[in-house]
Design a protein around this ligand. Structure first.
Ligand SMILES: [Zn+2]
Length: 288
């Protein structure tokens, strides 16, 4: 699943290309991808354009220039967004099945948006968990109320973090993955943040010292900002917005490195365990 850095990379790529571009038509080929009426969805978008491309956590938020609605896009597990204008292609999301941008639409292209300049935006989804939704302001606020702080848009201070962690009895990793507390961190970056902070992901959150909490706090923005600067991971399922592979995977310290020597202490062997149903990686020698 693409996480905050991957979705932010898509956001940046799209915002350079689709803002104020007139939508000629929208074709919903698989109704379940669109929440609400597909006919109304097509009608509202036709002739409209996007005022901006925003994001909260893993959710893309595109306000329309006409009317008060916003387009919400969530890629979930296997969604892909591919924008194509002749040879200018940007693609983001799940890497499987691989997409040949020149061979679109394919059988997984469930929503197709045509702009008047000939460019197109495809929403592909193998397993169809992703969605698109036209939301009014009231609905947008309901959606955002259920999401935690976006740690890139808003400064996650130590005080805010302590308030979020209060009364939580689970592991630090489970807390980092809880989208209602902090929005946008998934399995890859939760492991990387714990590593950066020298904290084992299994640690109960209440057992963390003030020093460790501070370390988690600074690691959250450090890890995410570093990943964004590299365009996110390509790892297993990600194509970056310039249509090629991002280059962050080789920069990861623990995720996907089970059995290998720790890059930091050069002593420990990265250990992979199951935690809260997720593959979890840490260095037993330099995470405590
Ligand atoms: Zn180590």
């Amino acid at each position: 699943m693409p996480e905050l850095p991957e979705v932010e990379t898509i956001r940046q790529g799209l915002s350079r290309r689709v803002i104020r571009k007139r939508i000629k038509q929208v074709s919903v080929r698989k109704k379940k991808i669109v929440r609400g009426s597909a006919t109304a969805f097509e009608k509202v978008l036709r002739g409209n354009s996007f005022a901006q491309v925003g994001r909260h956590g893993k959710l893309l938020i595109l306000p329309l220039t006409k009317g008060d609605k916003v387009l919400l896009i969530h890629l979930k597990m296997t969604g892909q967004l591919i924008y194509r204008q002749k040879k200018d292609v940007i693609a983001g999301g799940h890497q499987w099945p691989p997409v040949d941008p020149m061979e679109l639409p394919n059988k997984y292209s469930h929503v197709i948006m045509d702009f008047t300049d000939g460019s197109q935006l495809f929403f592909n989804d193998l397993r169809q968990f992703g969605f698109m939704e036209l939301a009014d302001q009231k609905r947008l606020h309901v959606v955002l109320d259920h999401m935690g702080i976006d740690p890139i848009k808003e400064k996650l201070t130590l005080e805010k973090l302590q308030a979020l962690f209060k009364k939580r009895s689970t592991s630090i990793k489970a807390v980092l993955l809880n989208q209602q507390l902090i929005a946008g961190i998934g399995n890859i970056y939760a492991d990387e943040i714990c590593f950066m902070a020298h904290v084992k992901p299994t640690r109960p959150v209440q057992s963390l010292s003030l020093k460790e909490l501070k370390s988690i706090q600074s690691s959250i923005s450090r890890v995410l900002e570093r990943a964004i600067s590299y365009g996110g991971t390509t790892f297993r399922n990600y194509l970056n917005t310039e249509g090629g592979k991002g280059n962050y995977t080789e920069k990861l310290f623990v995720y996907g490195r089970g059995g290998k020597i720790c890059k930091r202490c050069k002593k420990g062997t990265i250990t992979k365990i199951r935690l809260a149903g997720r593959g979890t990686h840490f260095c037993p020698a330099c995470q405590y």
